[in-house]
Design a protein around this ligand. Structure first.
Ligand code: ADP
Ligand code: MG
Length: 363
């Protein structure tokens, strides 16, 4: 499936704009603050219904307006689809060919996107919660079942924490009974989340090993899953921590406390990695995700690379594009075209954004 066009209304700096994309490599170029990152963000929103830059959908509404609309035009052979994501202060709606989805979860997985921006380094090498969110979002694209169980888990966890807080100042028998019921369901959901994360990580690590060797020959990059309790033991761990959890007013073990640790040759990249190593590692992970989505779903996601090419030398740029299957639709952004290898520029569809909102298809 390819995204051949996009229409934006009241989205960030775009009041009303249409863009066309090519099937393979696309390069968006133009000076600072013309909307390159925003355009990639809009494509990301079409896939995941969420931004890769902000947790607050309101940020994407153009200042002074009360809604935004992103419309994507897709084709797959003879079949064409139109997807519309609309958000106003009241809520978000997703439609495919005029069919409204009752929940966003029903839609996720139709059009997959993998994004990489410089800010991902903060995500991957900052708090463990950010890495968790990042991997979970990727796994949600792979499997509706994972999306279902992780959503249920997070909902139950919130309910449990509310009850724990009440118990911490009122030892109520009824509340304790309710907690027992929630715990039974939490254990089931939690075990499923841990199991799926482990399964997908195993597959991802296999692909990653191959891909990262092409980027850095001497390095073995691995994603290690540090679970706060082992699979099959969530039940016991919850029980063992029960009194402690009441005192804290929150749940101390479970998938929401697990960590994804990135290592190179068994050394923690957070602690030992140079900036270059960290950037290459995240890039490799994103490329591996592209491949994993293909292996699982039989279709490549769109790859969105924001401002990363200019930091790679031209040999690396070419290597990167070669590691990608030629069927992967890719959009990259850059401030200056001269930073990109000529051969790549010649084969790409060029989209120039100009100051003051101008735009032209450069090829
Ligand atoms: N909600 C919004 N409403 C209006 N303008 C916005 C909004 N959010 C961001 N902008 C503006 O959009 C412009 C484009 O930003 P960005 O996409 O980051 O550009 P680029 O990646 O080309 O540097 C910036 O000037 C920014 O201030
Ligand atoms: Mg930018």
């Amino acid at each position: 499936m390819k995204l051949f066009g996009i229409e934006l209304i009241n989205f960030r700096c775009f009041a009303e704009k249409n863009f066309n994309f090519g099937d393979n490599l696309n390069i968006i170029f133009g000076p600072n603050a013309v909307g390159k990152t925003s355009l990639l963000e809009a494509v990301h929103v079409l896939g995941l219904t969420k931004s890769n830059r902000t947790n607050n959908d309101q940020d994407m509404i153009q200042n002074g307006k009360d809604y935004f609309l992103v419309k994507g035009f897709f084709n797959k052979g003879e079949i064409s689809d139109t997807v519309l994501v609309c958000y106003s202060g009241k809520g978000k709606q997703v439609k495919r060919n005029n069919e409204i989805f009752r929940s966003l979860g029903e839609y996720i997985g139709f059009f997959n996107a993998v994004s990489f921006a410089p800010s991902d380094l903060i995500t991957f090498f900052g708090a463990s919660s950010k890495r968790r969110r990042e991997f979970d979002m990727a796994f949600c694209q792979l499997s509706k079942q994972f999306l279902y169980w992780s959503t249920i888990y997070n909902r139950l966890l919130k309910e449990r924490n509310v009850l724990l807080k009440t118990l911490s100042f009122d030892d109520n028998v009824k509340t304790k009974k309710l907690l027992e019921v929630i715990d039974q369901r939490l254990i089931e959901a939690g075990e499923r989340v841990i199991q799926d994360r482990q399964r997908y990580l195993k597959q991802l690590n296999l692909i990653l090993k191959r891909i990262h060797k092409q980027i850095a020959e001497q390095e073995e990059l691995k994603i290690n899953y540090h679970a706060s309790c082992s699979l099959g033991n969530y039940d016991k761990s919850l029980k063992a921590n029960f009194e402690n959890d009441i005192k804290r007013g929150s749940t101390s073990v479970g998938p929401h406390r697990d960590n994804f640790v990135l290592t190179i040759n068994d050394k923690d990249l957070c602690v030992y990695g140079s900036q270059g190593q960290q950037r290459n590692a995240v890039l490799s992970i994103k490329l591996a995700l592209v491949e994993l989505i293909y292996q699982t779903k039989g279709e490549y996601p769109i790859l969105l690379l924001d401002d990363v090419f200019s930091e790679l030398d031209k040999i690396r740029q070419n290597q990167l594009i070669k590691t990608l299957n030629k069927y992967v639709q890719t959009i990259i952004t850059t401030a200056t075209l001269s930073d990109i290898d000529k051969g790549l520029v010649n084969q790409a569809k060029l989209i120039e954004l100009k100051e003051g909102g101008g735009y032209r298809d450069a090829k």
